[in-house]
Design a protein around this ligand. Structure first.
Ligand SMILES: Cc1cc2nc3c(=O)[nH]c(=O)nc-3n(C[C@H](O)[C@H](O)[C@H](O)COP(=O)(O)O)c2cc1C
Length: 240
């Protein structure tokens, strides 16, 4: 029988993870980053193909890359583009509505008005310093792989985030870093056949700042799951 305390703790890690964008300047030891990747590599993948590749950055290497990306972002953002499309150009209403709600909650909590383009841009730029996290991950996948392998990569990334969380570290996955793959390629041994999928900030949370973040609600189970063939749940005791 599974220990209910362990179940609660495990679920708590999943429910407690969020995209943290506030970090303190405290180094994450190399062994910790390695231990996170060591646990995450147990992610499942189709036919055990394990299509993930990670470049972990810290210290001077990270600083050099961030400086170059920020310079490119300031001077020539329009000349940089991701090699893949994250959002469908015509998001169906359900998803478009959630995306708008995200913007409302996210920028609202930061005190940035909807029409404040400069405010939004300066928030976006924080991505390129990994929000001040001491570690930045750059995640790539072989472009010859298909959608299924991207599914595998997502599982690996979730493992990384949960392995970090359980070690007292926070993360923020960052698709926006894919835009600057040409800059990243100047610094990192990214093979030509590899696509930069995302970055990830990893570090110690600035808890005071993070407590003021916008909390992203989730749709309830009923909104995305239907159940078939289960026994009816026992009738609630109404006390009558
Ligand atoms: C693959 C992926 C890419 C993301 N890219 C970014 C990003 O570039 N910048 C950012 O601030 N947040 C990014 N996010 C974080 C999402 O906005 C966040 O996960 C979502 O709003 C739900 O909020 P929560 O994770 O805090 O619960 C990304 C999330 C995922 C899963």
């Amino acid at each position: 029988m599974t220990d209910p305390d362990f179940v609660q703790a495990f679920d708590g890690v999943m429910k407690g993870r969020y995209a943290n964008r506030f970090f303190i300047d405290r180094p994450v030891p190399h062994e910790t980053v390695r231990a996170i990747l060591e646990a995450a590599r147990y992610a499942p993948s189709g036919a055990n193909t394990q299509p993930w590749r990670v470049h972990a950055l810290a210290g001077a290497a990270k600083a050099r890359i961030c400086a170059d990306i920020l310079a490119a972002h300031d001077r020539e953002a329009a000349q940089h583009a991701s090699e893949y499309t994250y959002y469908a150009p015509d998001l169906p209403d359900r998803y478009q509505g959630r995306k708008q709600e995200f913007g409302r909650v996210f920028y609202g909590a930061l005190g940035i008005a909807q029409d404040d383009a400069a405010g939004r841009a300066s928030q976006t730029a924080k991505n390129y310093a990994f929000f001040g996290a001491s570690v930045g991950l750059i995640v790539t996948i072989d472009r010859r792989l298909e959608t299924g392998s991207w599914l595998d990569l997502g599982m690996f990334l979730q493992n990384v985030m949960l392995a970090a969380k359980v070690r007292g570290l926070d993360t923020c996955p960052q698709e926006t870093l894919a835009k600057y793959h040409r800059v990243l390629r100047r610094h990192l041994p990214i093979a030509p056949q590899d696509i930069v999928v995302c970055g990830m900030a990893l570090g110690f949370c600035d808890t005071a700042a993070a407590s003021r973040r916008g909390v992203m609600e989730r749709a309830p189970v009923e909104a995305f799951a239907s159940f078939h063939g289960f026994e009816a749940p026992p009738a609630r005791d109404t006390g009558e």
